[in-house]
Design a protein around this ligand. Structure first.
Ligand code: NDP
Ligand code: GDR
Length: 371
């Protein structure tokens, strides 16, 4: 019998990569998607199977982490061997604007999943993966951050995820459930949400290179992150649930890079060399040289500027993970380094916006309000 997996947050970046991975492994995959007034399944449309066909391996269900009755019903109907709880209001900055909703979805939402499995008497059958985060480390206590480093969350998002982390540990200990936390450091891809810093930069670089955008406005360029590729990280999620005992794991590359360096690397992909000038919220990046004829970006032009509106009330300055446990126990290690990741993301965005360039050249251009 094929294994059955239920993925919350199936329409997100990780949900898309994980669905692909599990389908390749022969799983029957159920995903929970939210009702929205526009289609929100772009990232998984290539996996869609018409429910009228026979032998369907990928099924979507409407649901929400804030609705326990719905979660109980879906878990009862689908009888999953593995639940991957990826759904969350996942944007740290936005969580300062929506703290109560974030606590409800990201914190209590995890409790709802654990309780549903317990109430349905499925604690022996169903393994649970909780999408925990390096944001738990927050204000630096020690580096590199490992499973033993104390937490000090610095945003409503991280505080909600702290509850989710501990309620997962508590259900594991109290009810002997197979419930685990993957403490994943930042992971990116061409499917990354457009307002996270890496994708905002790679989209901006592509659009500036193609003459579709003037400038990228960013926040704190000094923040350092340990960036990996989402494809590698969903493999780790799966490995975590295949172990004989449920345990928590840090998943990271062990290398940290400032946002400013990511900006420099991304512009270099289109042949643009930058010079950074000024300090703090007066900092800008100016084109020092441009040597790719496919992208016309004149030297001397200001292409990046810091805008304090993107600063967070409390920032996480430095994340660098220690993936030793995952390497030793899971045999996991990343296959994609930062230069490869930056290249893949810039290339994908250039391809995406070439289409918009063609539209603009034909007299059509729709301005995106978020740019
Ligand atoms: P995304 O923001 O890309 O995806 C989040 C998913 O959750 C989307 O499918 C979204 O639906 C869904 N969702 C949001 N709120 C609800 C809700 N109330 N009920 C049901 N579904 C909801 O995140 P990622 O894929 O990047 O991350 C996956 C998980 O891993 C998240 O929990 C995130 O916090 C965590 N994480 C991510 C890391 C990263 O670097 N990417 C690192 C560490 C942890 P919709 O598409 O409709 O918005
Ligand atoms: P993060 O990711 O907060 O680490 O959370 P994000 O890409 O939003 O920020 C990374 C760092 O870049 C700085 N920054 C900016 N960030 C955004 N979004 N926009 C900007 O313009 C900008 N300028 C600078 C930020 O201040 C920050 O220091 C991500 C999410 O996926 C979480 O869900 C996940 O838990 C963590 O990664 C690990």
């Amino acid at each position: 019998m094929p294994k059955v997996a239920l993925i919350t947050g199936v329409t997100g970046q990780d949900g898309a990569y994980l669905s692909e991975l599990l389908l390749k492994k022969g799983y029957i995959v159920h995903g929970i998607k939210r009702r929205s007034s526009l289609f929100n399944t772009d990232r998984i449309d290539h996996l869609y199977q018409d429910p009228h066909e026979s032998n369907v391996h990928f099924t979507l269900h409407y649901g929400d982490l804030t609705d326990s009755t719905n979660l109980i019903r879906i878990i009862q109907e689908t009888q999953p061997d593995e639940i991957y709880n990826l759904a969350a209001m996942s944007h740290v900055h936005v969580s300062f604007e929506e703290p109560e909703y974030t606590a409800n979805a990201d914190g209590i939402g995890t409790l709802r999943i654990l309780e549903a499995v317990r109430l349905l008497g499925m604690t022996k059958k169903t393994k649970i993966y909780q999408a925990s985060t390096s944001e738990l480390y927050g204000l630096v206590q020690a580096v590199p951050q490992s499973e033993k480093t104390p937490f000090y969350p610095r945003s409503p998002y991280a505080v909600a995820k702290l509850y989710a982390y501990w309620i997962t540990v508590n259900y594991r200990e109290a009810y002997k459930m197979y419930a685990t936390n993957g403490i994943l450091f930042n992971h990116e891809s061409p499917l990354r949400g457009e307002t996270f810093v890496t994708r905002k930069i790679t989209r901006g670089v592509a659009k500036i290179g193609l003459g579709l955008q003037e400038k990228i406005y960013l926040g704190n360029l000094d923040a350092r992150r340990d960036w990996g590729h989402a494809r590698d990280y969903v493999e780790a999620m799966w490995l975590i649930l295949q172990q004989p005992e449920p345990e928590d794991y840090v998943i990271a590359t062990g290398i940290t890079t400032p946002v400013r360096e990511f900006v420099r690397m991304a512009f270099a992909e289109i042949g643009v060399e930058l010079e950074f000038k000024g300090k703090a919220d007066k900092e800008v990046a100016v084109v020092a040289a441009s040597n790719n004829p496919d992208f016309i970006v004149e030297p001397g032009r200001e292409v990046v500027a810091v805008d304090a509106r993107y600063y967070r009330p409390t920032e996480v300055d430095l994340l660098i993970g220690d993936p030793t446990k995952a390497q030793q126990k899971l045999g996991w290690k990343p296959t994609c380094d930062l230069p490869m990741l930056v290249k893949e993301m810039v290339d994908a965005d250039v391809q995406l916006f070439r289409k918009e360039r063609v539209l603009k050249d034909s007299g059509f251009h729709i301005k995106n309000q978020y740019e």
